[in-house]
Design a protein around this ligand. Sequence first.
Ligand SMILES: Cc1ncc(C[n+]2csc(CCOP(=O)(O)OP(=O)(O)O)c2C)c(N)n1
Ligand SMILES: [Mg+2]
Length: 1023
Amino acid sequence: MVWFRAGSSVAKLAIRRTLRRGVSYAARTRVLSSGSRSFHTTIFKSKSEPGPVPRSVPLSRLSDSFLDGTSSVYLEELQRAWEADPDSVDESWDNFFRNFIGQATPSAGVSGQTIQESMRLLLLVRAYQVHGHMKAKLDPLGLEQREIPDDLNPGFYGFSEADLDREFFLGVWRMSGFLSENRPVQTLRAILTRLEQAYCGSIGYEYMHIPNREQCNWLRDRIETPSSIEYNSQRREVILDRLIWSTQFENFLATKWTAAKRFGLEGGETLIPGMKEMFDRSANLGVESIVIGMSHRGRLNVLGNVVRKPLRQIFSEFSGGTKPVDDVGLYTGTGDVKYHLGTSYDRPMRGGKRIHLSLVANPSHLEAVDPVVIGKTRAKQYYSNDVDRTKNMGILIHGDGSFAGQGVVYETLHLSALPNYTTGGTIHIVVNNQVAFTTDPKSGRSSQYCTDVAKALDAPIFHVNGDDVEAVVHTCELAAEWRQTFHSDVVVDITCYRRFGHNEIDEPSFTQPKMYKIIRNHPSALEIYQRKLLETGETTKEDIDKIQNKVTSILNEEFGASKDYIQQRRDWLSAYWSGFKSPEQLSRIRNTGVQPEILKNVGKTITTLPENFKPHRAVKKIFADRLKMIETSEGVDWAVAEALAFATLLVEGNHVRLSGQDVERGTFSHRHSVIHDQETGERYCPLDHVIMNQNEEMFTVSNSSLSEFGVLGFELGYSMENPNSLVLWEAQFGDFSNGAQVMFDQFLSSGEAKWLRQTGLVVLLPHGYDGQGPEHSSARLERFLQMSDDNPFVIPEMEPTLRKQIQTSNWQVVNVTTPANYFHVLRRQLHREFRKPLIVMSPKNLLRHKDCKSNLSEFDDAKGHPGYDKQGTRFKRLIKDQNGHSDVEEGIRRLVLCSGKVYYELDEQRKSVNSKDIAICRVEQLCPFPYDLIQRELKRYPNAEIVWCQEEPMNMGAYTYIAPRLATSMKEVGRGNIDNIKYVGRAPSAATATGFYGVHGKEQSELVQEAMQPDPIANPSLA
Ligand SMILES: Cc1ncc(C[n+]2csc(CCOP(=O)(O)OP(=O)(O)O)c2C)c(N)n1
Ligand SMILES: [Mg+2]
């Protein structure tokens, strides 16, 4: 190990000497010229000083910054490992050791080169690969004060100016890029020039954190090119044309709508040529469809210039727009501001191919759209049988502040390599304008780069100076190639600036005076590029003017046409959605019962395990019990009902996908949808075998990463692609769904109204008071109800053939109490001509409750069977009292309305006190409110006091939602008003539930006792 100790010692001594002389490596730079190229490097130590005398020092005792104590121990270990097996170390280290121990002889070599010098030179090369980006010229404004790391200084390794023209041997075996050329000799000056050119120009590459050797070599081959990337004049003309479009688009909007907010791209205009190049390159490499997600900044420019939303439409929306009309029926919703709207377009590409582009509509909430885009991309891959994920790709455009600050970015990144969530790589572009509203990066993040979060994924990160349009184009091209080659994420960080305020009417100098002083005098990227092209003589002033005039005249033409523009089609109707009804169009109510033979057949399939499979003992018993349920048609429990719903939908050709934390087994160990062989560990999923040759993804059940926001967003995006799929997300406990609150507020409850996009996503939220404490009891039912948009004071048309109540509501909220009803509510999601989100308060203790069972006959569509009414077998929005009451029961003194599992406790109590004069009805569908069925029950019990009973505290649960709607129903049938509604339930509370089991038990029994008490119940306002 002598060679190494000696080398380290040289470096260490050199540093000490330089430090003694007071030279700061980092701070002082000067230019050394080398022919036509030049590079910046730090001061060398004086030529006249004698060289350091190599002295043997154990590595572990060295403590300089490059080879600190830890790394030197590491290197010794590395060498030992290499000596034992050369393949056990990274290729670059293999080279290193091979060259300096295995093969090199300590002769004077080229120009007197010593082994130590070669070794130090290699370390210098490696330092450029690792840290070169720190010296790259990334900031167009030149504001950034970055310390250049010591290890980029040749002096750090003992080289002096005298060494610049000495020749060194640097060729190494099995290396890529620069080092692969195996040139016998190069001067130090040439070596440094190439390193500077490759790593310290307008692009800073971060990739040495990637542990995969092949990937690093692939990148080195593209970065360490013999000369810098040059585009030919044809490509340059295209780049120029695109940059002119990007720049003029913003200028045009600025002159036509001077006071409008548009969150312009000025300062970052090179994004557009970059994106277009990325798309061209992707199309050439086989991509056919791209799903794009982005927030406000430059969105209109991307919509117009990249996605090609008609400019006249964008301009029309700017002028206030007209509500879209449709030839079949109106579907206008509430609309959204112009910079949130989405669109899709089939775009012809340079090279003749076509590519489908869709920009997903998004809310103001930064980065919230990320997982939605990824989910939609994954769904596209499923439906187009894109098994190697090369035809459909997701692209996310981020802001620097939000990429670093918003947690959902990390949650989305972490889906990227999970088998059931991967999309084969997302390309991330950061429009890094070095400010977030009024906040500087130093207040906005703790990391050096805004992109550092992506290092957790081993994604390469290309930082590029946004003023250098060719460099931007190059990195975008490289990112496209990376994605198609390695099928993993990659980041392009365009360092640019924001020419105006956060929006156009904002004053940026209040908070960034120095920055804006520079920006005011800073030429645009277009001016810089034009100047460059004119200087090289490739382009003339006339050529440029020609393009400028063409763009201006098209913009003016489109502006003229925008005045009469009327949106004709509902653009949400992609092919899969054709025939689906808007809320304005009547759709039929369908039955959800299934033929008895089908139920029996699929029932057997999903409850039978392969012969040689060895499940856990308890699971074996569960499956034996399940088979018995099917065979006897009795006692069907929750899990079997759910599996039957999935299986019958699969038989009908639908795709079913359930994801969430631990959903395969089920949080409450009830689902067991994937079983594990206890000897081999093999997995078996019965629902994968429902139809012949079933595509393995047709039924997907998947444990997810431990994220709510990211995974719910993903499933939402997935559900939006094709209506013929039942997509479900389950929270571990309902409480945890509030980690995904943005998804509920901004997408699920209001997405259709804002963006005319439907989804039939099902959200399963375990809910119920069983003494598990404040965080495992409530799914916050009240919040979902509070966001429901059905009018509490207006009873809509409820006649079955004319009813559009659900269609016109924003979503459905149910709290189902029987397995059969759960089966029907799931099937109903697909057996209708529109899609609507479904929020399910799903049970916990009902999963095993002795009375929470259904007979198989309640699932089928056989006439005369229990669930069959004159319209067939369907989901019951309300379950009437089970005591066989007739149409009018005058002797009933109390009608208790409730929802969820408290029903079973009330029924138990009623039996125990033998209160035959109390009726209990279950409101299974809370929203939209079943006015017709409630009125039917009110009429059935003309003398009953009306009680709402819930187990949640008064300020939670369904009470505040139910009260006005129940009162409206009562008024309509002459049964009083809101003052006549009695409340039984927990008192108002800050916490959802008590943490003391004993207290819980007491509260629970008191409330069921009160509901069944002999005396009238007090009015809540008088109690
Ligand atoms: C979740 C969320 N928080 C706060 C805001 C308010 N907001 C809108 S833009 C913005 C700054 C974003 O900065 P950056 O990501 O750097 O994008 P830029 O506007 O600079 O392009 C903020 C804080 C928001 N829209 N969403
Ligand atoms: Mg910013």
